[in-house]
Ligand binder design. Structure first.
Ligand SMILES: [Zn+2]
Length: 242
């Protein structure tokens, strides 16, 4: 598991709409709106990530903001073999599990994405986080531990994408309604009757836990074309990194 630490910015008198604040190793690009978003682009590393209003811990008397230290995890991407690992049941929801859930949530929000499975961040545990709340409506995180689909019905086709399959989307047919059983982060049993986007999201994430990706459902021709494109992209990024 690889973590990315955010830089602590405090205080920051020069934070303002669209302003840039240079602090330590990172450059912070600040853009205000409801649900203020601060993107940190550490100059020493090659990733760019972001944190949201909820990550801001305190407003100082001078109206400045303190950004808490927060960690996101590396999201493994296709064709990394870690995405093909079948996850194991969680038997003990301990402190480590809680920390992992928090980190997974931060990683999902920062990406940004609507769902994330533990093996996408390199942990072979049966844990899924998701949040289908529209961005301007804040956060409403859901956590499912050891989820399983107990029944399914109907058919729905939706253009899917995945944080682990970069630059690719494709129509996938899934069950229109599913009943999912699992546990929440406190170990309480959860029964969900889902339809629409939630049904799609849950099937997509539960597939991840079994080492399955949405790209497995597309035609072999489409997949071959994507692999070709991916090779080109990887070559390009190698050239630009040298
Ligand atoms: Zn996915």
């Amino acid at each position: 598991m690889e973590t990315h630490s955010f830089y602590k910015i405090s205080p920051a008198e020069n934070f303002g709409k669209g302003k840039q604040a240079q602090k330590g190793l990172g450059v912070a690009l600040i853009s205000y709106s409801r649900g203020c978003r601060i993107s940190l682009v550490p100059s020493s590393e090659s990733f760019c990530t972001s944190i949201t209003w909820e990550s801001l811990t305190s407003k100082t008397e001078r109206g400045n903001f303190e950004v808490s230290m927060s960690e996101t995890l590396k999201i493994y991407t296709y064709p990394d073999p870690v995405l093909r690992t079948s996850t194991e049941e969680v038997v003990d929801i301990d402190e480590e599990t809680q920390k992992l859930i928090d980190q997974m949530a931060e990683t999902m929000y920062a990406a940004p994405g609507i769902g994330l499975a533990a093996n996408q961040v390199g942990v072979a545990k049966s844990i899924v986080v998701y949040d289908l709340t529209p961005k301007d409506k804040g956060r409403n995180l859901s956590v499912l531990i050891n989820p399983e689909i107990v029944s399914s019905e109907g058919r729905i086709v939706f253009d899917e994408a995945c944080l682990s399959v970069i630059d690719f989307s494709a129509e996938v047919a899934r069950s229109a309604m599913v009943k999912v059983r699992g546990f929440d982060r406190h170990g309480r049993p959860v029964d969900i009757e889902a339809e629409g986007l939630l049904a799609i999201c849950l099937q997509h994430e539960i597939d991840h836990l079994k080492g399955k990706l949405f790209i497995d459902y597309v035609s072999s021709l489409k997949r071959a074309l994507y692999k070709k494109k991916l090779k080109k992209m990887m070559k390009k990024s190698k050239v630009s990194n040298t």
